[in-house]
Design a protein around this ligand. Structure first.
Ligand SMILES: N[C@@H](CCC(=O)N[C@@H](CS)C(=O)NCC(=O)O)C(=O)O
Length: 222
């Protein structure tokens, strides 16, 4: 087993990403940290994640991938935690042990259930069945699971500025990814989830978020 013992701040990291994918969250965090980094574009739309070159880097065939020196790190939550832990002065970790546990609680659910099941049912329904199209039933199931998940996120964000504790942390840009996806899927994000919409607006006021969105050429509203 490899140990992540090479500090990423000793060499320029490269984030392998795709515009608007979950790699947006580590992209924002790299902008927040403010040190040099490189981006390598891997198109999820045109199958770039399945290219031999990308599969050599990440046999799971997904973005994001963070590379520094000979270290390769996959999984958005792991990359987010790594970046925050490696750059304590950026203050992007939630505070204390309790904050870390809450971050893992958010990450595990968002990545393992909301993204890997519900979002995928909507955007890649064919991966859940061997049946030929149409897959409308799977897509509908995904939308319903997302409505339930989004309502829970809304209730967790109601009355608070940020997702964990009293300060902005690596969990917040990850939530922005899902807010944007909800808009792209046609969910009424502004009206049905007002606390989450305000949370996203607060994120948009951060220069680092603006820079990442501009570089990726995307908006959170569509
Ligand atoms: N569990 C992974 C999921 C990564 C993932 O599904 N990434 C998507 C983009 S958001 C992807 O690369 N999709 C391309 C594909 O499925 O071929 C993580 O959290 O990083």
């Amino acid at each position: 087993m490899r140990v992540l013992n090479t500090p990423s701040h000793t060499m320029t990291p490269t984030l392998h990403h795709s515009p608007g994918a979950c790699s947006l969250a580590p992209h924002i965090v790299l902008e927040e940290i403010g040190l040099p980094f490189a981006l390598n574009l891997v198109s999820t739309a045109s199958g770039g994640t399945q290219s031999p070159e990308h599969l050599r880097l990440n046999p799971k065939g997904r973005v994001p991938v963070l590379v520094w020196g000979d270290e390769v790190l996959t999984e958005a939550p792991a990359i987010l935690l790594h970046l925050a832990l490696q750059h304590p002065t950026a203050a992007l970790m939630p505070e204390g042990d309790a904050g870390l546990v809450r971050a893992v609680e958010w990450f595990n659910w968002l990545s393992g259930s909301v993204h890997a099941v519900a979002v995928r049912q909507v955007w890649r329904p064919q991966t859940f069945t061997t049946r030929a199209e149409p897959h409308d039933d799977i897509v509908a199931q995904g939308h319903q699971a997302l409505r339930t998940a989004f309502a829970l996120i809304e209730s967790r964000l109601a009355g608070r500025e940020w997702a964990v504790g009293g300060r902005y942390s690596i969990v917040d840009p990850y939530l922005l990814v899902f807010f944007r996806w909800g808009n792209r899927m046609g969910h009424a994000m502004r009206t049905a989830y007002p606390a989450w919409a305000q949370h996203s607006q607060r994120l948009l006021e951060r220069p680092a978020v603006g820079r990442a969105l501009a570089t990726e050429g995307i908006s959170i509203w569509a």
